[in-house]
Design a protein around this ligand. Structure first.
Ligand code: TEU
Length: 547
């Protein structure tokens, strides 16, 4: 495939289990992705990122890998994956795999061995510590609730698991483990993949194992040897190859992200951070309800934009993924069709003018909404189910918990992709593993493609603009009116080109700010004409050339 500057690319994230089922199993598969390749060509994306499709007991939908070298039969076979690579490449689309190297499933052969005895060859592939029966080694908390250590009676020790009980953290101190990881990554490079998304990769280096005043994050987030390990990973695997990499960085800092993505340091190309997606966590608490803090959203986004731009780092830019609620329900307005479409386009324009690699999560491009589940048996996600029982144990009212889940659960983004208005939205001919949103008859790909004013075509245009205009890729970033309660405004400047983005985040008319002049060619907007005020959710991308 012709090479291009990876910085100009746009990535589409696929959650295979919910994308397209070709077998009637009720779960999506790789052939279902192959079937939709023309759809991606039409949208214009450069890379497809597949969340994990390896062998896994699927307690965390594939983020619990039991064999890195095999494809989970539920998704198909390695031949299917080869075919996907071949056919995608013919269309100029590249494939990015998701690699989980902070932990494996406890069903992974390494863990099965490790658990057997203290002197097993694989013992040190994981993190085992002493404790007493009712006193774990430290008070750290799992991200999915409860203490982060699990007692194993066979050897009378605890293993660390920062996520589910069945996701044991790997011990990166161990050189043999690191070598095995690099071999595995090289296997997938030889297989022909074009990129990697590294799951929670800033957690791989653990520091001291002592009690914390909080959940323990400070002892393993951006830990002491993380840069050393990533540099070693880079040198031993993708460093000298045409492979795009992005690290998922949990609770990270700008300083670390500048290092992770500094081309001179040979670690990774780009990073995801999540600070801008915590602006509806009152007091930092995810499982609570609050309107999102718009000023804080702008402040965080722009702080990262400017610092990464000035420091030579590279952000992944995104509103949605498989762990986040749907953005149109979250920062937009999904109450009426009109507002859903207006705010869906506004959010797209506001994000895709920023500097970094834009990511689109399946269904975002047609404005899919949170499904508004009403009952706990509609949920599937381990984190959500754990949260439900923990909050119940704390005495919270069940109906209040259901309201929180309907806003915050990861399942909000995991409902099946809505292809058409037939039964189960055209996702499966069987029974879907998780219910389809009941708005699928209006919100689906077929309708979106038929309607030239749909959100889909705003995304298509934004992707085309990113390919065509260097200023969108390389331009510096300057924010405006950071204290304005309604508008999100910034410019991008590169050589003699400029872009200005103005987005009204509110469901009301807002005057144009006096000291900002909107001169130039309107590249894109979500209204057909201009008025002397910004209408509800109005957004514009304006292009200027020369002085
Ligand atoms: O997520 C890492 C992570 O910390 C989250 O986004 C997490 O889901 C959230 O904080 C919980 O509130 C990655 C994957 O994207 C996620 O799906 C996995 O469950 C997790 O790692 C473990 O592999």
């Amino acid at each position: 495939m012709a090479s291009m500057d990876w910085r100009k690319s746009v990535v589409y994230q696929i959650y295979p289990k919910s994308f397209n089922d070709t077998t009637g199993s009720g779960e999506g598969d790789i052939r279902g992705i192959i079937e939709k390749l023309d759809y991606f060509s039409k949208l214009g994306v450069d890379y497809l990122w597949l969340t994990p499709v390896y062998e896994s007991p699927m307690n965390d939908n594939g983020y619990d890998i039991s064999d890195y070298y095999e494809v989970n039969p539920q998704f198909g076979s390695k031949e299917d994956l080869k075919e996907l690579l071949g056919k995608a490449h013919e269309k100029g689309i590249r494939i990015m795999m998701d690699i989980v190297i902070n932990h494996t499933s406890t069903e992974h052969q390494w863990f099965i061995e490790s658990k057997k005895s203290k002197d097993n060859k694989y013992r040190d592939y994981y993190i085992w510590k002493d404790g007493t029966y009712d006193q774990p080694p430290t008070n750290w908390e799992s991200k999915f609730g409860g203490n982060a250590w699990n007692y194993d009676k066979q050897t009378n020790q605890y293993y660390l698991r920062l996520f589910d009980i069945t996701q044991a953290d790997l011990n990166w101190e161990n050189e043999d483990l690191r070598r095995d990881i690099y071999d595995m990554i090289n296997y997938w490079i030889d297989f022909g993949v074009d990129g990697f998304r590294f799951d929670v990769v800033n957690l791989i280096s653990k520091g001291e194992f002592v009690d914390s005043d909080g959940p323990g994050k400070e002892f393993y987030t951006d830990g002491p040897k993380v840069h050393e390990y990533l540099n070693e990973l880079n040198r031993n695997t993708f460093g000298d190859k045409d492979i795009m990499t992005v690290g998922e960085m949990s609770s990270t800092t700008i300083d670390h992200c500048l290092k992770y993505t500094d081309p001179e340091r040979n670690e990774l190309n780009s990073v995801f951070n999540f600070h801008h997606l915590k602006v509806d966590y009152p007091g930092g608490e995810k499982w609570a309800l609050a309107n999102f803090d718009f000023l804080e959203l702008k402040r965080i986004l722009m702080e990262w934009q400017v610092a990464m731009d000035e420091g030579g780092g590279w952000n992944a830019i995104f509103w949605c993924n498989h762990d986040q609620p749907r953005v149109v329900s979250r920062f937009g307005n999904d109450e009426t069709e009109e507002n859903r479409v207006l705010s869906g386009k506004m959010l797209a324009i506001a994000l895709h003018g920023l500097k970094g690699t834009p990511y689109i999560y399946q269904g975002e491009e047609i404005g899919m909404t949170n499904p508004a589940f009403k009952r706990i048996d509609q949920y599937r996600d381990v984190e959500s189910l754990n949260a439900y029982s923990i909050l119940r144990d704390k005495g919270m009212d069940a109906s209040h918990i259901m309201d929180i889940l309907a806003t915050k659960s990861r399942d909000n983004s995991r409902t099946p992709m809505q292809w058409d208005d037939s039964l189960h939205a055209g996702f499966t001919e069987g029974e879907p593993w998780i219910e389809v949103s009941d708005r699928y008859q209006k919100i689906n790909v077929t309708h979106a493609l038929e309607d030239e004013h749909s959100i889909f075509y705003t995304y298509q245009k934004l992707i085309r603009l990113r390919h065509e205009l260097d200023v969108l890729t390389y331009g510096s970033v300057e924010p405006y009116l950071m204290d304005d309660e309604n508008l999100f405004i910034y410019t991008r400047i590169h050589e003699d080109e400029s872009i200005m983005v103005i987005a009204n985040f509110r469901n009301k008319e807002v005057p144009y700010p006096e000291n900002i002049s909107v001169e130039g060619e309107i590249l894109l907007s979500n209204y057909d004409d201009r008025k002397d005020v910004l209408r509800p959710y109005e957004a514009l991308m304006v292009y200027g050339q020369g002085e």
